[in-house]
Design a protein around this ligand. Structure first.
Ligand code: BEZ
Length: 275
């Protein structure tokens, strides 16, 4: 997937450039396994059938790629981050993985389905380009089954990061917001313009606990919030993180358990003939 220029979240297919390892894939698996754990029902929604050709776009370390393969599908995992692809290959040597950008990946022939979990929001540079690439990879009638961060995703956290940085004299314009969290209407329009009929769509809040992060939100910021912390004045990163934690604690950790404010856009879209 398209992860940030430093470290990022669930694999994004246009995150890193070729040869550039940007994620700590081991830490990602240890502390942020919920990214794929939360998505096992996405594999149910995909309903892979034996022999189907399926692309897992933004596959990260390959956990869901393996879950799809377990249904007998012929699956290829694609990710824009080299470290993620290397770890996926090491963990699942019997599966195929490709290091490629979400806007430019290519497979031989056509797939029956493209699946993507928690990755499309990292591909912020060119969402129509990503959708066009998915459409090119699919046969007519093939399905695009995906879940991504949606409008207002992690807004409490990012508002606090902006405030903490502003208090350090860093204006919002100096921060490269790393994600694409579209409104439902916007993304449906992009899918329809890109040659898809949207047959299912759901926008929902999915509060996400950080139970495997010993330092709670500070670990989340360290993993995913580099575009913010890199904007901090020299030596002020710990202060910015501490302030962000203080600003959010009442809402995200009222009883000692950090639960982040995720929102999701989940959809099934079918590749149709151009009009
Ligand atoms: C998400 O899955 O929604 C997400 C993950 C990391 C950073 C931002 C959003």
């Amino acid at each position: 997937m398209n992860r940030p220029s430093a470290k990022g979240g669930a694999a994004g297919a246009d995150a890193g450039k070729a040869g550039e390892a940007t994620w700590d894939a081991g830490l990602y698996d240890r502390s942020f396994g919920f990214v794929s754990d939360f998505a096992t029902d996405m594999v149910d929604l995909l309903a892979p059938k034996p022999g189907e050709r399926i692309v897992d776009l933004g596959c990260g370390t390959g956990k869901l790629t393996a879950a799809i393969a377990a249904h007998g599908a012929d699956v290829i995992g694609i990710d824009g981050d080299e470290a993620m692809v290397e770890r996926a290959r090491a963990l699942h040597p019997h599966l195929a993985f490709q290091h490629a950008d979400g806007r430019n990946f290519a497979i031989e022939g056509h797939a029956d389905a493209v699946f993507s979990n928690a990755a499309l929001h990292w591909m912020k540079e060119d969402p129509p380009g990503v959708i066009a690439c998915v459409a090119r990879a699919l046969r007519l009638g093939g399905r695009f089954v995906a879940e991504m961060g949606a409008h207002r995703n992690v807004r409490i956290i990012t508002d606090a990061l902006y405030q903490a940085l502003a208090e350090e004299g860093v204006p919002a314009e100096a921060i490269d917001f790393p994600w694409y969290f579209p409104r439902t209407s916007r993304y449906v329009g992009l899918l329809e313009d890109g040659g898809f009929d949207v047959t299912q769509l759901r926008y929902f809040a999915r509060p996400t606990p950080l139970d495997d992060c010993p330092n709670g939100l500070a670990d989340w910021i360290d993993m995913f919030g580099r575009n913010f912390t890199e904007a901090a004045p020299p030596g002020r990163v710990p202060a910015v993180i501490d302030r962000t934690v203080a600003l959010t604690r009442d809402r995200l950790c009222p009883d000692g358990r950090w639960v982040t404010d995720y929102t999701r856009l989940r959809f099934v879209a079918i590749r149709v003939a151009d009009e």
